[in-house]
Write a protein that binds this ligand. Structure first.
Ligand code: SF4
Ligand code: SF4
Length: 329
């Protein structure tokens, strides 16, 4: 039993899947950036991307299911050749199904991708965009030189298409700390972002999601190089907050890799914790969308990254505030 499971047991908690509300597909590791904190190890050099046949198999499975949301992530998901096909295919299944694009913003300025804001707006795709700070230094340190200015330009383009203004075109931003610390209050940071981005750049957005940096992949290597890995793991484990467990995203999100493999979450995907049945690895088309409830969730010590303080999930902090005793524990 891993240390996370022992902690859960101490608090009388169990990790079991509930009704699936979101199918999250990670379409590959190709990205135009190579950020320090990236849990996917994504970069412009990566070759792993979802093929047309896999996109089709996923769309067929999604059509058979009643899962209301398709959440598309990467890498920069827009860089796979079939990104437009995927969006249009999902909307053809039913215009009522909700689609999310997890976007790094800068891709929207690259040659070959400048049509995307119009396509996303036309299909009412929700955009969740990385923006780790409202000032240039922190963003450029984490994501690369010039990324802040390009992110601001992309946000303006999204605003010009109605994002952040039209209730059917939500634009949410994602914050994660630059280094080995927990994010502060989501509510306070959201307020600061809203004031600063409006005042200096005229930018409007809906919600800010604060995420904890996961101690895996590139961020784990970075921490190890700095000699901070053990300290960060202790910080996360000591901030374990049992009240976050009911809201963990792995309870209601099904995660799929670029080859169709199935996982409990994107972090488990990066750690190769693929689902198996009788020793055989499972792909999306092997599983019945109606038979997922109650399945145990595969965990590891990295799960402390989701349960520290106010918690962390695809939709930001799980709780409004971290109780003082959880932060101090
Ligand atoms: S964090 Fe996002 S934008 Fe940065 S390299 Fe990873 S996938 Fe690309
Ligand atoms: S890393 Fe987080 S989302 Fe994934 S299984 Fe662990 S607790 Fe759940």
């Amino acid at each position: 039993m891993n240390r996370f499971e022992e902690t859960l047991q101490r608090y009388g908690k169990r990790m079991r899947r509930e009704k699936t509300e979101s199918l999250q597909i990670n379409v590959g590791k190709l990205c135009n950036l190579a950020c320090v904190h990236c849990h996917v190890n994504a970069s412009p050099k990566r070759k792993e991307i979802m093929a047309r046949q896999t996109v089709e198999q996923i769309l067929q499975w999604f059509a058979r299911s009643k899962i209301p949301t398709l959440d598309i992530t990467g890498g920069a998901p827009e860089m796979i050749p079939d990104f437009r096909y995927l969006i249009e295919g999902a909307k053809e299944i039913s215009p009522e199904r909700h689609i999310i694009d997890r976007c790094n913003l800068t891709i929207l300025l690259e040659p070959g991708y400048t049509d995307l804001p119009e396509l996303l707006a036309r299909h009412r795709v929700e955009v969740i965009a990385s923006m780790p700070c409202y000032s240039p230094d922190n963003v450029d340190a984490q994501r690369g030189e010039g990324v802040f200015d390009n992110s601001i330009r992309a946000l303006r383009i999204l605003n010009d298409h109605g994002y952040g203004y039209d209730p059917e075109l939500p634009l949410h931003l994602v914050y994660n700390p630059v280094g080995a610390s927990l994010p502060g209050s989501q509510e306070e940071l959201e307020h600061d972002y809203q004031v600063e981005l409006k005042k200096h750049f005229g930018i409007v957005f809906n919600r800010l999601y604060t995420l904890v940096n996961m101690p895996i992949a590139r961020f784990a290597s970075y921490l190890k190089r700095q000699g901070e890995y053990e300290e960060y793991m202790s910080l996360l484990a000591n901030a374990f907050n049992p009240a976050t467990v009911e809201g963990l995203m792995c309870r209601n999100t099904l995660n799929v890799g670029w080859q169709g493999e199935v996982y409990d979450c994107d972090f488990n995907q990066m750690l190769d914790l693929q689902w198996h049945h009788n020793g055989k690895p499972l792909y999306l088309w092997d599983i019945d969308p109606d038979q997922l409830e109650g399945r145990p969730i595969m965990t590891g010590e990295h799960c402390f990254g989701c349960t520290a303080g106010a918690g962390s999930s695809c939709g930001g902090a799980i709780l409004e505030e971290a109780p003082a005793e959880a932060a101090a524990r």
